[in-house]
Structures are given as C-alpha cells and as structure tokens.
Unconditional design. Structure first.
Length: 178
C-alpha cells in the first residue's frame, strides 16, 4: 500500500514541477519475414517404380563392403518410395539402438525426397520447426534418396557410426543407382 502511494506521490510531484513523465511502452514485434517466394518446389523429384529386392540386396552389400574397409559396424536399411522396409542388414557388433535409426533415416530420405542431412543442417542452423514436421523424421546424416533415371525409387539409411560415417557408408550404396 505504501509503495503505490509513494509512486503516485512521485508522479504527481514530477507533474507539478513540470518534469515530463514518460510511460514505458513495449514495442510489438512485427510478423516474421516470409523470406521471398521462389518459383517451383525444392526436391521435386517424381516418384518412380519402387526398388526391388534384388537391387536392394546389391546396395546393402556395397555398404557392408565400404563399412568393413573402415571398421564401421552399420545397420543398413533400404526402403521403397513410401518409406517401407525392403531390405535390412545389421552387421556383426552394430549397436542395437541404431536399428530403428537406420530405418528412420531411410524413411525420411524417401518421404521427403532429400538427404536426411538437410534436416540436420536446418535444425543446427536455428530452425527448430523441423522437429514439428513429422514425429518419425530423423534429422541426422546417413539417409540418401535413391534416384534412378531422374525418379525416386526408394532410399537407403545407415546408422551405427558418427553421422558422417553413416552418410559415407550409405553413399556407397546410393551411388550404385543411376
């Protein structure tokens, strides 16, 4: 009660003395910038016929060979255009937690038609909205879309090493698809 009376008294005294009293006004921030609107859609890769089992097995073998050269123990998942599993391999000694991560990276690359590292980079550069896009999205290097003849046929995902190791191993498989 005394504080209210004292501040009212001070304001009144300042007004009588001719001293201007300024009210504190908080500035309201404007809406965020739209950042421009580009023509076309990024990563607009048409869907093709999904990868078959024979091709998926070849990709997994290429990744296993690349990983073995570097002593990496990988979980390797190949998915179709919908992100559903076609082929999976867990190399001896690969960590169990990476089974679901490899599948998630492949699913992310297939469903969004881009390398899973794109989401990692967005998140790391201050765009946390990435976490709100899809609860199954994996924003980590190591998921590659498989593009054959300019069309998406599936994706491959690896997990078990560092993100860069996962990406390098999986790229060995993705590079087989032309």
């Amino acid at each position: 009660m005394h504080r209210v009376a004292l501040s009212s008294l001070l304001v009144g005294a300042a007004m009588l003395a001719g001293t201007p009293v300024q009210a504190q006004v908080q500035a309201t921030p404007g809406p965020p910038s739209a950042g421009g609107t580009a023509d076309g859609v990024p990563f607009d890769i048409p869907y093709g016929t999904s990868i078959n089992l024979e091709t998926a097995k070849k990709l997994v073998a290429a990744v296993e060979a690349e990983a073995a050269r570097h002593r990496w123990k990988m979980n390797i998942a190949v998915v179709d255009t919908h992100g559903d599993l076609v082929q999976f391999s867990r190399m001896d000694g690969a960590q169990l937690a990476s089974i679901g991560i490899a599948q998630g990276k492949a699913r992310t690359a297939a469903r969004y038609r881009r390398e899973s590292r794109v989401f990692y980079n967005a998140f790391e550069t201050g765009h946390p909205y990435v976490a709100t896009l899809d609860p199954t999205l994996v924003a980590s290097p190591g998921g590659w879309p498989l593009i054959e003849g300019g069309q998406l046929i599936g994706a491959i995902g690896c997990s078990g090493g560092t993100g860069d190791q996962d990406a390098a191993a999986c790229k060995a498989g993705a590079d087989l698809v032309k």
